[in-house]
Design a protein around this ligand. Sequence first.
Ligand code: PLP
Length: 376
Amino acid sequence: MRLADNTIYLDCNATTPMTRPVSDVYARAAAEFFGNPSSPYGAGRKAREGLELGRAQVASLVGCDSSEVVFTGSATEANYQAMLSAAMARPERDRILLSAIEHPSIYDQQPRFRELGFKVEEIPVDQKGVVDMDALAKTADDRVCLIAVMTAHNETGVIQPVKQAADIARGVGALFLTDAVQAMGKIPSPWPEARPDYLSIAAHKIYGPKGIAALICREGVPVTPLLVGGGQEGGRRASTQSAALAAAFGEACRQAGDGAGRFAALAAMRDDFEDGFLSSRHAVIYGRESKRLPNTSFFSLPGVSGEEVVRALDFRGIAVGTGSACHSGSSGAPRVLRYMGEALSPDTTPIRISLGIDTTTQDMAEFSRALEEALK
Ligand code: PLP
């Protein structure tokens, strides 16, 4: 996909720009829905309508009830709220099980929960980047309060056995969280089939605005508010909601639901790039043997620094990443590759491309040409 300055943007797992329909909804809603959604007069009621329409559209993409949608400021916040809610609910349970490849918004909470007295344990992944369900089943017991396994990995794109993980959690009476931030809008929602207790989703990964996300909480599960004081979001998150952000998030969800068919074409473009360009250069493609998100390719080229390639491509008007944007700048092989047992030589670092709904074969051809030049 192209940005306004003609940059070919292939880093859609990091974030996405608002599409025109979404930014139109946002601009209109920001003007029309300025009222406080809790106010009892016309302007408040109007804002409330915008807020609730957005909520219904989020619920429709997820496949849940509107009452189960709690708007948050970010997916990081949603993930932390789910973890805290599950941990606080059952004092007799003191174990938390996380997959070793969770996003830092979950993984990096470990010291905090250890300080609170929990034993936090990591569930390994296999060489294909899939969380080990045998290991999870073996270690899960009635002392576990929470199991977290993401729906799809942000770097490899590998889709995880979320239903199996949720069943294991149910089997021992633990609550189950799936971070569906990268999966939502790219593959079917795991909510109806896996029936997790908590699910997180972010607007800015699906062409919506930044500053809004949602924690989906199954009816009746414990929810500990991180912010108290106003009673908004059914007492689950205090502070005045932005009806404009919610309306734009809703529009992004509506669009994601309509655009599901587009992803087969993206997978074909991604596969062509891997089968052609990458294969001829002996690239290592991570997670390729697993089911992956249709838009994602995570690879390394022997002896090539991903950081240098990213800089050289930027110079040529192409935006790609080296992996999780949250970790750019940190050194060493990405955690997911270490856990997959991938040994990278010191001069080799990976590159991630993630295509967007408007990526064309011409974009991919230009990207391949530019990558060829960059490698020279
Ligand atoms: N979870 C996953 C899988 C992500 O990829 C990200 C962002 O990259 C997040 C959570 C956190 O999202 P945010 O930074 O918008 O809070």
